[in-house]
Design a protein around this ligand. Structure first.
Ligand SMILES: CC(=O)N[C@H]1[C@@H](OP(=O)(O)OP(=O)(O)OC[C@H]2O[C@@H](n3ccc(=O)[nH]c3=O)[C@H](O)[C@@H]2O)O[C@H](CO)[C@@H](O)[C@@H]1O
Ligand SMILES: C=C(OP(=O)(O)O)C(=O)O
Length: 431
């Protein structure tokens, strides 16, 4: 079984170059299919989700090729089918963006139900509402659903809740729909803005992205372009938090500091020193971490995707911290594992109560999602002894080479094949 091994190695120092954002890339790859010509995307990370999209695309005539410079060329002109393999399309979250992107052009898309990280409840009712308001009908089968529309027409859509996924999906569907679409209560995430920018570079007419009202006037033709994906604010954020957990300093380079405003302010409250550059941020650990209150919210609030690493940080703060998870109230997969390592955390009704400072001890732990996995690596750095984290494939959905990145900061970390003995003792081979 694949595992990440982390040995006690506090005191990190170094620089990490931040790759393109996973959550933007997944939308941009689908958005490129709206074009009638080849689109080039720069900075797309070589993560698990990208590799699945390439395989899924290949089966329907969508050509996705990475050149020697790392640029990804998407050629949608050969698409001969819009029936995606349900197994592949269910192995990650955002296959539904291919519905938004292909519906107006092809009139029918069949795809597996959304997979991705499991937080118990991740509804897609707002996606469905948007498609239906634009004139689509949906039919549900055991392992896949089909969305059909003879003609997609613009609509005025009030989202019942702020959702980045449904905002982007509705934007994609509206781009080639007939007439004007207005999205109210839209998400303001940088990934929404990035997607709107690509669409406009392809010839779409989208205004207001980054605010809560987005207007899209449908067009009938879109052309090729070259676009660079924004940096991954969530990867950058977890490395800044790592400096606080492990002690020392970490610089994240090639970032957009404004995208990390709420985290930066929280890290300062907790006692870290933060230095801002033009496209870089350095976090220095303070002498003592202070307990804090965190409440996750949609952008520009504190990101739910940084809650897990923040939980690890707060196990190392002195006093009682409170973390309220407002976006996915059951997103606490990491807590049971941190408790195994000695953390004192109780969860009640979407709120984690963290008592610090905990003396963490290495353990055999498991991650079932990307961000929980990172929070466990951080815990492993300051835990006495050795920590093994299984469920590596979940981390690899969102990180290109997490082991190398932490090694470059001086962390003792490696990827190993581990085998359990009869008495649960572990033997291992470095991979
Ligand atoms: C691939 C991707 O970009 N994933 C991110 C995206 O997920 P995802 O796009 O799935 O998350 P959303 O922004 O849609 O979810 C925000 C909130 O809206 C709710 N909701 C969402 C859709 C819907 O149809 N109905 C509904 O009620 C959700 O339950 C949640 O409470 O944003 C999340 C919130 O920032 C992040 O944690 C994920 O990393
Ligand atoms: C939840 C996440 O991913 P996904 O939405 O792709 O499951 C994430 O990136 O933290």
């Amino acid at each position: 079984m694949k595992a990440i091994r982390v040995d006690y190695s506090p005191g990190v120092k170094g620089t990490v170059h931040i790759p393109g954002a996973k959550n933007s890339s997944l939308a941009l790859l689908a958005a490129a299919c709206l074009s009638d010509e080849v689109v080039t995307l720069q900075g797309i990370p070589n993560i698990g989700d990208f590799r699945v999209i390439c395989k899924m695309g290949e089966e329907v005539g969508l050509k996705i090729e990475r050149d020697l410079l790392g640029d990804v060329h998407i050629d949608p002109t050969g698409i001969h089918s819009t029936t995606f393999d349900p197994v592949k399309s269910s192995s990650f979250r955002t296959a539904y963006y291919f519905v938004g992107a292909l519906l107006a052009k092809y009139g029918k898309v069949s795809v597996g139900y959304p997979g991705g990280d499991d937080f118990v409840s991740r509804p897609m009712d707002q996606h469905i509402k948007a498609f239906e308001m634009m004139g689509a009908t949906l039919t549900y089968h055991k392992n896949y659903y089909v969305v059909e529309a003879k003609e997609l027409t613009g609509a005025t859509i009030y989202f019942d809740t702020i959702t980045s996924g449904a905002t982007m999906n509705a934007m994609l569907a509206a781009t080639r729909a007939k007439g004007e679409t207005v999205l109210y209560n839209a998400a303001r995430d940088p990934e929404v803005v990035d997607t709107a920018m690509l669409l406009n570079e392809m010839g779409a007419k989208v205004t207001g992205a980054g605010t809560s009202t987005i207007r899209i006037t449908g067009v009938s033709h879109l052309h090729g372009c070259t676009h660079r994906v924004i940096p991954d604010r969530l990867i950058a954020g977890s490395f800044l938090i790592a400096a606080g957990v492990a002690g020392g300093s970490i610089t994240v380079k090639d970032v957009i500091p404004e995208h990390l405003g709420s985290l930066i302010s929280k890290l300062k409250e907790v006692g870290l020193e933060i230095e801002l550059g033009d496209q870089e941020i350095t976090a220095y650990a303070g002498s003592k971490l202070k307990a804090s209150r965190v409440r996750t919210a949609m952008y520009p609030g504190f990101a739910t995707d940084l809650q897990q690493s923040m939980t690890t940080l707060l196990t190392q703060a002195h006093g009682k911290s409170i973390i309220a998870e407002k976006i996915f109230p059951k997103r606490f997969n990491h807590v049971g594992q941190l408790r195994k390592m000695g953390a004192d955390i109780r969860v009640r009704s979407g709120v984690a109560f963290v008592k610090g400072k905990a003396h963490l001890q290495g353990a055999m732990v498991h991650t079932s999602d990307i961000r929980a996995g990172i929070s466990l690596i951080l815990a492993g750095i300051v835990a006495e002894g050795t920590t093994y984290i299984t469920g590596v494939e979940h981390i690899e959905r969102g990180y290109e080479d997490v082991v190398q990145a932490f090694q470059s900061l001086g962390v003792s970390v490696s990827k190993e094949n581990i085998n359990f003995g009869r008495n649960n003792d572990v033997s291992n081979d470095v991979m």
